[in-house]
Design a protein around this ligand. Sequence first.
Ligand code: SF4
Length: 296
Amino acid sequence: MKNQAKFWQRHDDWRKAEQAWDARAEKLAADTPLKTFKTNPRLPGIRSKTRKNLSWKTLSYLHHHDYSGKLGRYFWRRPLKHGWGLLVALLKRKSYRRDGDFFLYGLKNLTEFETQLHASDTVLVVGFSYCHKPFECPAGRFTDACIHDAGDPVCGQCFIGKCVHSLPDTQVVPLFITTVHYIGEKMIEAEQNWPDHNVVFMITACELTLEMFGKIGVAVDLQGIGVRLDGQICNTMKAFEASEIGIKPGMAIVEDETQARMMALFRQFSAETRECSQNAGSSRGDNIIVSDRGYQ
Ligand code: SF4
């Protein structure tokens, strides 16, 4: 990456950094607009035929595509706890609480998540579905890489780039998601890498994936927020399975209002991180730097 320093680090004030990013993105969009749809098709999140027996379709899909065996091994490490959790999740109609485009897993409300963001032992896994990477993404779309080059005109217009540049370097695991197994495996890795920390997540995904992922996530005790994508989403099993092997001709988006809500949460986490970093002896001040593939 040519411009190593994060955009936010060049500004003293978080809000000013965001204003500067947005102004630059607007200018770039006028000069070199990215390919996207003209009108949001406003598709239903999940087709009614797809919704039928979705839990069983999910279990079958996850089992038959667990090529590394990591998810299966994690589940069977605590068969009683995870088995019971799965049974409860399958019997419940919904495995999440909904707050606008936020799907809350293992959380009573958004305030509970905000409280976790303020805790010094929190590690935030932030995942972005590849479905909302720009077609012109210099790192490629169906890959878990992101160069978030602040000098690149595509990255400068990309919401994923904006998020990554705004996030602190400490106690954050940024992920660029290709498949449901990928995110599951990375969540397990994050929990293993921070055994004494509280790992929570915020990931963007189509409603179908959020519904499918939620059952399993709740069963194994994961807590966090799934952010619903809009636009040209996958709302059938056929489209979902094609997207899992990189066939995704459409463009998904995070709605503007939802982008603002995500940024507000990142800001809270960043402010807390800065405060903790200034406190000698704070566990968040220990400066644990995550360097995931594609995140430098
Ligand atoms: S910020 Fe990352 S995802 Fe966005 S265009 Fe750049 S490389 Fe692609």
